[in-house]
Ligand binder design. Sequence first.
Ligand code: KIV
Ligand code: NA
Length: 264
Amino acid sequence: MKKITVSGLLKMKQAGEKITSLTAYDASFAKMFDEQGIDALLIGDSLGMVLQGESDTLPVTIEDIEYHTRSVRRGTERAFVLADMPFMSYATPEQTYANAGKLMAAGASMIKMEGGSWLCETIQGLNLRGVPVCGHLGLTPQSVHVFGGFKIQGREADKAEKLLAEAKALEAAGIQLLVLECVPSSLGKAVSEALTIPVIGIGAGNDTDGQILVMHDMFGISANYMPKFSKNYLAETGDMRKAVQQYIAEVQSGAFPSPEHSFE
Ligand code: KIV
Ligand code: NA
């Protein structure tokens, strides 16, 4: 089985093939998702909410992500594995290098950080030290207290323009993948078209280069509430493997997300 690499993901965008992605936190689910053909697995700091039952992602530590990254790595053969840098683990470049090193040593092939151009220096420094970076813009959950809740971002024209500029700045700094969360579909499309690198959407419409969902939302078993942009595939299929297969098929065909699971 050919391993998916960062250049493989870029080729998928260039070929117009949608990238399918889910979060994973343990070896068994990682293996099952991998066997169904998922392209990328994220050890998300969403684990604070879906595994630990917290009301946001802020309590998650680098040790938590390290632990779950080891587990996912062991269960994965083909999929690209990326891991989240948790809240305040990348406040300064030096701190970021030390923490990103832990996740790469635990088996991640890329790390993800939430934020715009303030991260550019850190991104360049990470790249020089051998660490590929995924950006994350839009609804960045670690900033929930700045936003005043989990709210759609980039609705106003000036905010949308700013987000697009931030995305371009991150790409210029060296990110090789971008997660775009909870923005209007038109903005998801604009960012995906403006960037050379793949843009993975969650609640960003179906014109992005790929999609990601939190696995617990996709199975409809989250302890917290189910976001509008998620879809319960287990309810539709009655079987975990079939649920994953249907999610993959619907992302690849562009059927998911439908307008019902998007914002405008
Ligand atoms: O933590 C997470 O699961 C994420 C995805 C929702 C993109 O960041
Ligand atoms: Na996250």
